[in-house]
Ligand binder design. Structure first.
Ligand code: SAH
Ligand code: SF4
Ligand code: F3S
Length: 475
């Protein structure tokens, strides 16, 4: 999902982080950090905040009073990059008034465009790729001497395992934990392998430690993040060989179990699963532990086997439906969401109808639906023509969205009358009299605030719904 958001570090959280990491002297400088793109980018921003807090930077929610602005960017579709370019115009305006104001571009656009970005955007001072954040303090030193700084080296090992993220914009209840970085799949449409580099998994001990720490701090839900969590592996090579015979081997199902055992009151979610790699072991582990949420995001992309082949996704429509059947068999209550792309190279009307029919067949709880956007250097850009006209892409997308809206509403109507355990996250956007939380299936549930507080579990009987939300009463 693409969201731009101001990331604010409040005083209390910074205070807590200080006790973990030791004394951090403030340097009188202020950092404004803005993030775009996927959850992994938001998790990376929390690592960046931690690295710079040690250097004395205090974060601010007001760009105008910052000494340093960092934009953590996304390249997944062209419009994601355009949004960042527009924001840059705004920051450039501030820079013209305050010449010592520094602007750095982080993340996937930094990695994709490298020093070209400095040529195209004259007021940018620094370009730093996703594996180079430890170098930020040195790079900032370089620019304070009036030069520009670039580091876009990708790493085969970096996982920032031992860095304790500073939780930005936190509700104090839910948090992300990165469990791996990069991606070794080569989906033909996707820029991520180029911007994030090779896949690598993070030490399971450091993951469990982070989850335990979060639980002690009052958090009640963690989301384990990776581009393809099913290929998480520690001490096992891709071919299945053990790297260190004296150390433990851990696959994704085993990692899930370890995190689930931290505390039964800590909920576990994860994203993203890949249909070609999702094993029954993972499903059985989910079914075994009540605190592993019954929700799977399983991007289908297209319902046409021909298109899936061109996309290089590594599965057919039948294989995908086999995975859906496995989920339903092992966890009948499990919610499933997906991602779709409309108008990929060579997509015919029939291919599009296949996407419509698979969506009706699965009847997803939720979907993120996109129009195909050609990305430089990808397999699709090199091999196929982006031949579906924009109006056709748009019309197909609208049809897909309409089908999904009907499914979401139908799914929510089934929940009316049922009782769900809900983890309270905070106040409802629309009213101070209502709280919101999620059930295990990831549906948003709204109810009267009563004496309940974020972080509590409550049982809510659903009385009404829209296609997006459930409303109910605590019982
Ligand atoms: N690793 C995840 C997805 C990462 S990107 C996975 O494999 O499922 C999130 C979503 O963006 C993808 O699932 C896809 O639906 C969409 N996406 C990726 N590249 C795209 C492109 N070039 N054009 C349109 N949508 C794209
Ligand atoms: Fe991109 Fe495919 Fe990797 Fe997902 S699995 S990040 S879509 S290459
Ligand atoms: Fe975007 Fe990079 Fe994530 S391209 S979706 S921020 S991995």
């Amino acid at each position: 999902m693409l969201t731009g958001s101001n990331k604010v570090l409040d005083e209390t959280r910074q205070g807590e982080a200080t006790t973990v990491e030791g004394e951090w002297k403030k340097n009188g400088k202020k950092l404004y950090l803005e993030s775009y793109g996927c959850q992994m980018n938001f998790a990376d921003s929390e690592i960046v905040a931690s690295i710079l807090a040690k250097e004395g930077y205090e974060t601010t929610s007001n760009a105008e009073e910052a000494n340093l602005v960092l934009i953590n960017t996304c390249s997944i579709r062209d419009n994601a990059e355009q949004r960042v370019r527009n924001r840059l115009n705004h920051f450039n305006g501030i820079k013209k008034r305050q010449p010592d104001f520094l602007i750095g571009i982080l993340g996937c656009m930094a990695e994709r465009l490298k020093s070209q970005l400095l040529e195209e955007e004259h007021l940018v001072d620094m370009v730093v790729g996703p594996d180079a954040y430890r170098e930020l303090p040195g790079l900032i030193e370089e620019i304070t001497d009036g030069r520009k700084a670039v580091n876009v080296l990708l790493s085969r090992e970096e996982t920032y395992a031992e860095i304790n993220p500073i939780r930005l914009n936190s509700n104090g209840v839910t948090a992300f934990i990165s469990i791996m970085r990069g991606c070794d799949n080569m989906c033909a449409f996707c820029v991520v392998p180029f911007t994030r580099g090779r896949e690598r998994s993070r030490d399971p001990e450091s993951i469990v430690r982070e989850a335990s720490y979060l639980f002690q701090e009052g958090y009640r839900e963690v989301t384990l993040l990776g581009q393809n969590v099913d290929s998480y592996r520690w001490n096992i090579t891709k071919k299945g060989e053990i790297t260190d015979p004296n150390a433990e081997t851990v696959n994704f199902a085993q990692l899930l179990e370890k995190v689930a055992l931290v505390n039964p009151l800590l909920r576990i979610r994860f994203s993203t699963s890949h249909p070609k790699d999702m094993t029954d072991d993972v499903l059985h582990t989910m079914a075994k532990y009540k605190n592993i949420c019954e929700y799977i995001h399983l991007p289908v992309q297209s319902g046409s086997t021909e298109v899936l082949k061109r996309m290089n996704r590594g599965y057919s429509r039948e294989w995908y439906m086999g995975r859906i059947d496995a989920i339903r068999r092992i966890m009948p209550e499990c919610a499933i969401s997906t991602d779709t792309i409309s108008g990929f190279c060579g997509e015919t009307d029939q291919d599009h109808q296949d996407t419509i029919s698979i969506m009706k067949e699965v009847d997803y709880e939720y979907a993120y639906m996109f129009k195909y956007s050609e990305r430089p250097k990808t397999l699709a850009e090199r091999k196929f023509e982006d031949d579906v006209p924009e109006e056709v892409k748009q019309a197909r997308l609208e049809e897909v969205v309409a089908v999904q809206r009907a499914s979401s509403l139908k799914r929510n109507l089934v929940s009316v009358g049922q009782i769900f355990e809900v983890l309270v996250e905070g106040f409802s956007k629309k009213s101070d009299e209502h709280l919101f939380g999620r059930n295990s299936q990831n549906a948003v549930v709204i109810f009267d605030k009563g004496d309940f507080k974020p972080g509590m579990y409550v049982n809510v009987k659903v009385t009404d719904c829209t296609s997006a939300t459930l409303m109910g009463d605590v019982v």
